[in-house]
Design a protein around this ligand. Structure first.
Ligand SMILES: Cc1cc2nc3c(=O)[nH]c(=O)nc-3n(C[C@H](O)[C@H](O)[C@H](O)COP(=O)(O)OP(=O)(O)OC[C@H]3O[C@@H](n4cnc5c(N)ncnc54)[C@H](O)[C@@H]3O)c2cc1C
Length: 509
């Protein structure tokens, strides 16, 4: 007999991976419980409120809003009250010697590079046309998640038809992006190199020397494909997804930390959460592999899938943050905008040398009182080196990084820096405290060169009936990628369990 705490699927964590999985499963008529430890959804891509101001916790610039793309489709299907502000420029890249407004239109950006002194014009054109061909093929897969693994027979037919498009890509598979740049004769053109290093650092989480060429060339289209600012903050979209799950009959249970999970004698998962026990045949964990190990009471060596993914993500990053309020300078744009600031282009793009700054717009009502704007500034922290320090050394090191962040903001965005009225710093420890992410690891697994990137394309099921979603599993980091990963896992579970969209609609009526 079914009790009220007995579900088809329990999802742990309302980040974009968990929200997407719960939404797609509830749309198929599955009885879903989504447990979230915080009072609000979104995790690394949420909007939180402190002392009357609302800040983006981490992620600030989102793709997937163009017609046919996932977020756009959901916004239409569920009539979500979410407004997207389109930005132009998308980002302003600044160093001491370069000020590059990044246009949301590819041709304009290429023209901008070609107009710079010493630009290798033919090489730039060759590079971007090669990049565009790769992006066209790979974004189609993101637009149509049914083409991603695990494949239905119809998807295999679709891929067979596309073979001609895939073959030219094989040459670059597993190789670093710098190899493509050298081949096109643009590796030594400094403005392009700075732009690509900065872009790759925030997309595939490493610079051009390391970035795997196909992942990097595909994500290089980030600024050109349905990317914008969510008015009021990304939390607006996360809440809209949460409400859509409930409108499908799902339960979203906030302040409900999951403390443990085990398989019962009948093979169902028994989930021990703050607000009581839940059971289900399927469990979805929107968590880092380390946190899944903890929930299951496993040690290193007990589960090879979790161990492999844990080790891969540890080669990535934590984040140091500054959350500011500022009075806008005279003549400031009323729109939300993004600055990417690099103090020394010759030094690694991390530890305060490279900053991503997101400033809320005038239309972002309620973000800060009295005409102030909120600003979220982030920089990468190399996780292994950070984790190897003692707690005291970590605190000193983060204070040093945050001092470098302030210097960079003052030097490269002086007008905004002059108007700063309040500051809240944050570190990997803060991320761990709020999102529960082990050691404050963020940003997923860096896509460094190598064909290992193509190994874990299938949904990861580290224990029978337990599936992983989130930025440590394919297709990887970003809100759109984690949401697409969630859709794929939901489809996979639905196929196994026999849930269907038609049945879900019948139940909703
Ligand atoms: C500083 C920064 C800037 C970024 N910028 C961008 C950007 O501009 N654009 C972009 O697209 N992406 C960006 N990203 C990446 C993006 O935010 C992430 O890839 C994505 O949001 C991760 O989503 P997730 O579902 O994997 O997990 P998370 O967001 O980590 O969600 C996991 C959820 O699980 C909850 N949880 C944890 N433990 C438990 C438990 N035991 N019980 C119940 N709930 C639990 C957490 O509270 C959280 O809500 C950025 C990331 C960072 C850190």
């Amino acid at each position: 007999m079914r009790t009220s705490d007995d579900y088809d699927v329990v999802v742990i964590g309302a980040g974009f991976g968990g929200l997407a999985t719960a939404l797609e499963l509830s749309a198929r008529g599955a009885r879903v419980a989504l447990c979230e430890t915080l009072r609000y959804p979104g995790g690394c891509a949420s909007t939180y409120t402190r002392r009357g101001c609302s800040y983006e916790s981490g992620a600030t610039l989102f793709s997937g809003f163009a017609p046919g793309q996932l977020f756009h489709t959901w916004m239409e299907t569920y009539a979500m009250d979410v407004t997207i502000d389109w930005l132009d420029p998308m980002v302003e890249l600044r160093t001491a010697d370069l000020n590059l407004p990044v246009s949301p239109r590819r041709e304009e950006l290429i023209e901008r590079f070609m107009g710079l002194p010493g630009a290798p014009r033919e090489g730039i054109q060759a590079f971007f046309s090669r990049q565009e061909r790769v992006a066209d093929v790979l974004w189609e897969l993101l637009k149509r998640p049914e083409l991603l693994p695990p494949f239905k027979p119809s998807a295999l037919v679709g891929h067979a038809r596309r073979l001609g498009q895939y073959l030219p890509l094989l040459r670059w598979m597993g190789r670093p992006l710098i190899a493509v740049m050298r081949d096109c004769g643009v590796a030594d053109f400094e403005p392009l190199r700075i732009y690509l290093d900065a872009l790759c650092q925030i997309t595939v989480q490493c610079g051009v020397e390391e970035a795997e060429a196909l992942f990097a060339m595909s994500t290089m289209d980030y600024y050109f494909r349905g990317t914008g600012h969510v008015r009021g903050g990304i939390g607006e979209l996360a809440w809209a997804l949460s409400r859509a799950i409930e409108s499908n009959g799902g339960d979203v249970i906030y302040t409900n930390r999951v403390k443990g999970a085990r398989r019962g004698a009948d093979g169902r998962w028994v989930v021990e959460a703050r607000r009581g026990e839940l059971t289900a045949p399927f469990l979805v964990a929107n968590l880092l592999p380390h946190n899944i190990r903890d929930l299951l009471g496993l040690s290193i060596g007990d589960n090879s899938t979790l161990d492999r993914l844990a080790s891969a993500v540890e080669g990535g990053w934590g984040a140091a943050m500054l959350y500011l309020t500022a009075r806008p300078p005279e003549g400031a744009s009323p729109h939300a905008h993004h600055l990417e600031l690099i103090q020394d282009p010759g030094a690694p793009f991390m530890e305060g040398n490279h900053l991503f700054c997101s400033i809320s717009g005038e239309a972002d009502e309620g973000r800060a009182p009295g005409g102030l704007r909120t600003i979220t500034i982030s920089t990468h922290i190399p996780w292994r080196a950070y984790a190897a320090r003692s707690a005291e050394e970590q605190a000193d090191y983060i204070r040093g990084v945050q001092a470098t962040m302030r210097e960079g903001f003052e030097a490269l965005a002086p007008k905004w820096a002059a108007g700063v009225e309040s500051e809240m710093p944050a570190s990997p420890r803060t991320f761990e405290r709020f999102t529960g992410r082990h050691g404050g690891l963020v940003g997923g697994i860096p896509r460094r060169a190598g064909i290992h990137n193509y190994r874990d394309l299938l949904p990861q099921e580290p224990a029978p009936g337990l599936f992983m979603v989130g930025d440590t599993v394919f297709p990887g980091q970003s809100t759109l990628a984690t949401a697409i990963g969630g859709v794929k896992v939901a489809e996979h579970i639905a196929r196994k369990a026999g849930f269907s969209v038609a049945e879900g609609r019948r139940a909703a009526r």
